[in-house]
Design a protein around this ligand. Structure first.
Ligand SMILES: CC(C)(COP(=O)(O)OP(=O)(O)OC[C@H]1O[C@@H](n2cnc3c(N)ncnc32)[C@H](O)[C@@H]1OP(=O)(O)O)[C@@H](O)C(=O)NCCC(=O)NCCS
Length: 331
């Protein structure tokens, strides 16, 4: 059977940087509060450029193809993960295909929030293992800053997120390397703990002055509740992935968790009983870029030579839904 492996990965973040100090001019917050609670120092924003996730994905993909030296039209399928799609209809995948100038290949949209990248990789892996496709572009792209409430009412959430995109080429190989397994979960009873529900097809009367005054059109979150479940599920799903492959935590060379909060990452690292250098973190520079965060972190881990051939790497995610997952990879 064919294996699927990550040939290479690249990312793009918009030029505009929002520091914690910038945010404290918009709402009642401070660099000290944000850094202590989350580790985040800055994030990138599309600002007033009108760029959507498809635009960021094009810039990330161009960097990827340049890096690999590959013609983009060799790609035979695209899996596009975002929770902040450019349009309701069609999904960002179609916009991306057109903007990128790809042949008329299939595009699949994934809407799994912060777990978008692990879900997208898992789907792409199956297409390769069943020999349906051999070169799949997996995208995680997000423009979160559009839906944030940069006002006092939204300060608990607005300080956490940033914009960015990662593009990864998953290819077919006969070699003893690649994705060993993926493990995906959800628990929809927690939908309202972290959601952006308005406007939507469900709430038909939503676009009115009253609801806008109630700031219904922004993302809402109970941060403490998310934190509590995140630390439990990260550990669980990482160990599930390892057990499935008869691996122990001592055999893992690098864990790349979804970058939400440095305190979450630290707690997971301690729970797993591994050293700090085995759990990658770059949340301080980008904030939570949702579906893009694991891809951005993986790119930087590779650029910093933290992953080498033969290493066992575990990607792990947790986010809205709740939905969580892990992908175990032999590099
Ligand atoms: C959001 C989060 C940083 C809040 O940290 P916390 O220690 O739980 O803080 P709390 O929510 O209890 O708020 C503590 C106080 O700070 C205030 N506060 C909230 N946001 C603030 C901000 N940006 N600046 C200053 N004060 C703020 C609250 O109003 C509260 O004040 P009070 O005690 O007077 O009521 C933390 O819960 C978290 O990171 N959760 C996970 C969220 C996440 O990662 N979501 C993404 C999905 S994976």
């Amino acid at each position: 059977m064919k294996n699927s492996f990550i040939k290479d990965i690249a990312f793009y973040v918009p030029e505009k940087i929002l520091t914690n100090d910038d945010l404290s001019t918009m709402m009642d917050t401070s660099d000290e509060w944000i850094k202590t609670r989350t580790g985040i120092e800055k994030r990138h924003s599309t600002g007033d450029t009108n760029m959507g996730p498809a635009d960021l994905a094009v810039l990330a993909s161009n960097k990827l193809f340049e890096k690999i030296g590959m013609d983009k039209n060799e790609v035979d399928f695209v899996v596009f993960a975002t929770s902040t799609p450019d349009y309701y209809v069609p999904g960002s995948g179609a916009l991306f295909q057109e903007k990128m100038g790809l042949d008329n290949i299939g595009v699949l949209d994934i809407r799994q929030g912060c777990s978008g990248f692990t879900y997208a990789l898992s789907v792409a892996d199956k297409f390769i293992k069943t020999e349906t496709y051999s070169k799949i572009l997996v995208i995680g792209a997000e423009v979160q800053t559009t839906q944030l409430d940069f006002d006092n009412d939204g300060r608990g959430t607005a300080v956490l997120f940033g914009d960015g995109a990662a593009a990864c080429l998953l290819t077919s190989t006969d070699g003893d390397k690649g994705i060993l397994s993926a493990h995906l979960h959800s628990d929809g009873q927690f939908i309202d703990v972290l959601s952006s529900s308005h406007p939507s097809s469900k709430y038909k009367d939503i676009i009115n002055e009253d609801n806008i005054k109630k700031r219904q059109h922004h993302i809402h979150m109970n941060g403490r509740e998310v934190f509590k479940h995140a630390v439990r599920r990260f550990k669980e799903v990482i160990l599930e992935g390892l057990e499935n492959n008869n691996l122990t935590i001592d055999e893992v060379d690098m864990v790349i968790p979804h970058q939400a909060n440095y305190r979450i990452t630290q707690t997971v690292q301690k729970q797993l009983g591994v050293s700090e250098d085995k759990v990658f973190s770059n949340v301080h520079n980008y904030g939570n870029t949702t579906a893009a965060s694991i891809g951005i972190a993986l790119t930087e881990a590779l650029e910093q030579n933290k992953i080498k051939k033969g290493d066992i790497v575990v990607l792990a995610s947790f986010g809205a839904g709740f939905q969580w997952g892990s992908v175990v990879i032999k590099w």
